[in-house]
Design a binder for this molecule. Structure first.
Ligand SMILES: NC(=O)C1=CN([C@@H]2O[C@H](COP(=O)(O)OP(=O)(O)OC[C@H]3O[C@@H](n4cnc5c(N)ncnc54)[C@H](OP(=O)(O)O)[C@@H]3O)[C@@H](O)[C@H]2O)C=CC1
Ligand SMILES: CC(C)=CCC[C@@H](C)[C@H]1CC=C2C3=C(CC[C@@]21C)[C@@]1(C)CC[C@H](O)C(C)(C)[C@@H]1CC3
Length: 416
């Protein structure tokens, strides 16, 4: 039996106690700020909504209906049959359906149909706060369910980090690695479907609200919608690649990921679109071209580097990666030291951050709020890089040190 893991991630027990209180309040606060005329994150006294604005009986119906609809799409026998994930502690490999892109397409068809039937999608703007409250509630309930069920999971199915014996810390980190109901994988489903697709649906609702208010969608709103739709469509098109990410391979499914997937992503990643509804911006053609170019460059780096590593991990003999320079490690796996992964140790983070900046720039320079995503994301990725570095050093030892000497910069070439 392995020794219990240390409570050393995310500030230990204190972090695991405070974050589940602080982050849900942050989501609600940011939504209130972005709808206020001043939209200042440092406004005092802070903008607080009347309690009546936090609840709408339609919200739980929409959230639960949405989860049920996306679960139904997940179970439909379409797309690639069932792909095997990474090898687990007991030597087995779980199978996953690869049909997320179809789920996005069917959702798009349903949205078009509902527009045609005259459904007021712009009403999502009014519903943002009650929807966020319900998504937060669902996150707490699901995390509690996962925590309780994990006590029936076999030992080899537990995650390394969320297994300390401290209930608060384990609830936060997640005890079980791949909780499932039958063949329905809860973590894989939540990571890519309800929150990610929900995010672009909310964005579209904000665009429709703008059309309602001003008769047409602004260029800034179209760019934000287009960029973020590209990001979500890319994630679902390359769904298989998520099977090699840290969340799926290493992290347990606890409050951090449940809340991140179901509440944080849809309601904070859509802040720029919600902001533009109340604070319209005009963009010059030159400004728009520069922003599109920045997003294109970020996307290119993000996609090429992620695909290169994914291809290399799936089949190192594939012609697209077979000629790259590598370092051998004691585990039998090799590390890339040329190509994208020879430029910096996380080229995919670099591309993702350039895109994050391009999503905020259409909102102009008069407010900090639309830049919340860039700031949060920089902190998240620097922290994530440090966590990954610790895992890799523990896994690969001297080979990792040698990789770090070959590739000294972590995310930004010649800077960090
Ligand atoms: N939009 C958002 O909110 C978020 C987006 N992301 C994005 O998700 C994507 C995945 O990120 P994440 O899971 O954090 O990390 P990575 O995809 O960067 O995966 C890290 C793993 O890659 C392997 N690896 C590292 N260096 C090398 C190398 N030189 N050669 C071969 N393999 C290597 C190691 O695993 P092993 O050796 O075991 O294979 C390491 O643990 C990124 O593009 C990131 O930007 C991430 C978080 C949030
Ligand atoms: C503040 C807080 C609660 C943080 C939790 C972190 C989560 C929001 C993120 C952890 C890793 C994520 C990934 C994506 C979304 C955000 C979370 C869940 C991702 C699905 C976005 C789309 C990308 O293409 C991706 C598939 C590579 C990515 C995977 C990691």
């Amino acid at each position: 039996v392995a020794p219990p893991a240390f409570k050393d991630e995310f500030g230990g027990t204190l972090g695991a106690t405070c974050i589940p209180v602080f982050l849900p309040l942050t989501v609600l606060y940011l939504l209130c700020v972005c709808r206020s005329p001043v939209a200042s994150v440092i406004q005092w006294p802070p903008v607080l909504p009347p309690t009546a604005q936090l609840w709408d009986p339609l919200a739980p119906v929409l959230i639960l209906g949405w989860m049920a609809l996306q679960s139904f799409f997940y179970l439909l026998p379409m797309g690639k049959v069932r792909r095997a994930g990474m090898v687990l502690k007991d030597g087995s490999r779980l199978k996953y359906p690869i049909n997320g892109f179809y789920a996005l397409c069917i959702t798009a068809v349903l949205l078009t149909l509902s527009l045609w039937l005259g459904m007021p999608l712009g009403y999502l703007f009014e519903l943002l706060l009650p929807l966020a409250v319900c998504a937060i509630g669902v996150s707490f309930l699901l995390s509690l369910y996962l925590y309780i069920c994990s006590f029936w999971a076999p030992h080899h199915a537990l995650a390394q980090g969320g297994n300390t014996g401290n209930p608060l810390y384990d609830f936060f980190m997640g005890r079980e690695l791949n909780p499932r109901i039958g063949s329905f994988d809860l973590k894989y489903f939540c990571e890519l479907r309800p929150g990610l697709i929900g995010w672009v649906v909310i964005n579209f609702g904000m665009l429709m609200k703008e059309v309602e208010l001003r008769d047409s969608a602004s260029l800034a709103m179209i760019l934000v919608n287009g960029f973020q739709l590209l990001y979500v469509a890319d994630a679902l098109w390359n769904e298989e690649a998520v099977l090699t990410t840290m969340d799926i391979v290493h992290d347990g499914f606890g409050f951090m990921l449940v809340f991140g997937d179901l509440a944080w992503v849809p309601f904070t990643y859509s802040l720029q679109a919600a902001f533009l509804v109340v604070h319209p911006q005009s963009l010059s053609p030159l400004g728009a071209t520069a922003i599109v170019t920045l997003n294109g460059a970020g996307y290119y780096i993000f996609r090429k580097s992620n695909s290169q590593k994914n291809q290399f991990r799936r089949d190192p003999t594939h012609p697209s990666v077979a000629n790259l320079e590598t370092i051998a490690t004691a585990t039998g796996k090799r590390l890339l030291v040329s190509g994208w992964w020879g430029l910096v140790r996380h080229p995919n983070y670099l591309g993702d951050l350039l895109m994050a900046l391009a999503w905020s720039l259409p909102c102009g320079f008069n407010h900090l709020l639309p830049y919340f995503y860039v700031v949060y994301f920089t902190v998240l990725l620097i922290h994530r890089e440090a966590r990954d570095e610790r895992h890799c050093r523990a896994k690969y030892g001297l080979a990792w040190d040698s990789y770090c000497r070959h590739v000294p910069y972590r995310i930004f070439p010649y800077i960090y």
